[in-house]
Design a protein around this ligand. Sequence first.
Ligand SMILES: [Zn+2]
Ligand SMILES: [Zn+2]
Length: 318
Amino acid sequence: MLAGEKSPAEMFLVKLFAVIPALALVAAVPLAWGWGLGWVDVGLAVFFYTFTCLGVTIGFHRYFTHGAFKATRALRIALAVAGSTAMQGPIIGWVADHRRHHAYADREGDPHSPWLFGTSARALAKGFWHAHMGWMFRRELTNAARFAPDLLSDPDIQRVNRWFPALTAATLLAPALAGGLITWSWWGALTAFFWAGLVRVALLHHVTWSVNSICHMIGDRPFTARDKSANFWPLAILSMGESWHNSHHADPTCARHGVRRGQIDISARLIWVFEKLGWATNVRWPRPERLARNLKAQSVNDFAFPQEEMHQSTCSTR
Ligand SMILES: [Zn+2]
Ligand SMILES: [Zn+2]
């Protein structure tokens, strides 16, 4: 299950890249009043947040980890690059960790379950911290040869994996460059670096980590899952559909996580667009029978299935 340990240099980098954006996020609150935050910064932050978030949700998670659809080579590489710009680690390690999470969800072996220390208030506080951030500061390395052999044997993905340091530099410098060029000033470059670089990275870090912590602790559990995964609606928009986490654990390969009527899932909508463009095929849309089987009590009529998806839907491959 594990394959050695992170080196001291890797441990230092993990801490550096987790903590510096987080400090920027804390500093952002007082700085927002009375210090440079212009519409250019806001626009760039929204753009880079959306791009990197979808790279993780559609790319790293639904496509590479779970194979929810098949992609053309160009889309496959684009998704790998986009996900790598979220500063959540190189793609192969990310996917291996997340597959291990599903294999052992909320049991011994899960890299980030909040339930490993017990159920007292103290144990749950410790569990929350561990699931949210603490797990990354452990030295154990998930065995990629066991959990992600498909990615290890793909030269395109190996290359993107090696590019991770360069993509990290790019994701921080691109907003500064854009802000500088749009405002034609060094000050504009600096504020864009702060808001659309550091603060944006930190916000997405904490939203992604909240799916590991909050969405295994608090929320509704309409589906039977073997773990404590839950649907937590307040994060649906910011997580672009990933906080419908109970539905996801009940049927991990499904392309859509927000399967109930009104459950907004921006990632699923974009996968639908990719399918229309012919870039994504064999999309595993939710199937009513399968949902009904996993559902605890509600009627299957509560669930929304666009007509088109009804015809095409196969959660197993078409
Ligand atoms: Zn989970
Ligand atoms: Zn998953």
